[in-house]
Design a protein. Structure first.
Length: 267
């Protein structure tokens, strides 16, 4: 019995990890918009850019990862490059990182940007560039962000750019110049914080994958969802709180199992 209980806690902790699920609860609209954007621009061979904003834990990266997985076959004819800007040493490092992914020879300074521009306006398959944690590329004068967002506007460009960031106003604040020539301004998609109901459904769906009696009480899940939605609407935080709760229960049960009297009346 203890062994079985042990595995149900292990399973519960596993499903509460922030992995990308098969279906994202409460993000049907955003998933649809992302899928439509990729079909329209990558498959339709129309260069363009999309700016995805939302606080941490609102499902931006998970949603895009899900859509890229679902559309893998459709996108097979194009090049997809995903870069996490958090991992780059400086805003300028995005250029050599991209060049490396595209198999271009290493160049320096202006030459580096020129060779990338030449590559992205030459004949060839569409290039989908996904930049996660885009706010990391903010720099003095915003030259890095301007360069990237202006690439899809170049004549004969084959670049589709998707940038994800926590800041809602990054485009207003940092890319005001792009708005000046409106054709060049990126399309915006905002991920609002999760509501109490959405968080409850996310937790229920995850824990529903564990066989047997519910590990966490439904009232407890709703309490957690209510608290997290009031503070941040961050799904990762909600998963985290529940995972810790399971660990606490697991330790208690393990303690009780050890303290049970042995059969035959021995102490």
């Amino acid at each position: 019995l203890a062994a079985r209980a042990g595995t149900c806690y292990q399973q519960a902790k596993q499903v509460l990890h922030a992995a990308v699920p098969d279906r994202l609860q409460g993000r049907e609209r955003e998933t649809g918009i992302l899928r439509q954007f990729l079909r329209e621009h990558v498959l339709g061979r129309r260069p363009g850019s999309l700016y995805v904003s939302g606080a941490p834990g609102t499902g931006k990266t998970a949603c895009l990862s899900r859509v890229l997985l679902d559309c893998k076959d459709e996108l097979a004819g194009s090049r997809t490059v995903v870069l996490n800007c958090m991992a780059l040493g400086s805003p300028q490092s995005v250029f050599p990182a991209l060049a490396q992914h595209l198999g271009l020879p290493v160049a320096t300074g202006r030459e580096r940007i020129r060779s990338l521009e030449k590559h992205l306006t030459a004949k060839g398959p569409m290039v989908l560039l996904v930049l996660d944690e885009l706010d990391q590329l903010e720099s003095k004068g915003q030259d890095v962000l301007y360069t990237l967002f202006e690439w899809p506007q170049l004549p004969n460009s084959r670049l589709v750019l998707v940038g994800l960031a926590n800041a809602l106003d990054l485009t207003d604040r940092s890319l005001a110049r792009l708005g000046a020539h409106l054709a060049g301004s990126p399309r915006l998609l905002h991920f609002p914080p999760y509501t109490k109901e959405q968080l409850t459904r996310i937790l229920q769906e995850r824990l529903g994958q564990v066989a047997g009696d519910p590990v966490l009480d439904s009232a407890a899940l709703q309490f957690c969802a209510r608290k997290v939605s009031a503070v941040s609407g961050d799904a990762r935080k909600a998963l985290d709180v529940c995972r810790r709760a399971v660990e606490v229960v697991e330790l208690e049960v393990r303690g009780q199992t050890l303290l049970k009297p042995l059969p035959g009346g021995e102490s």
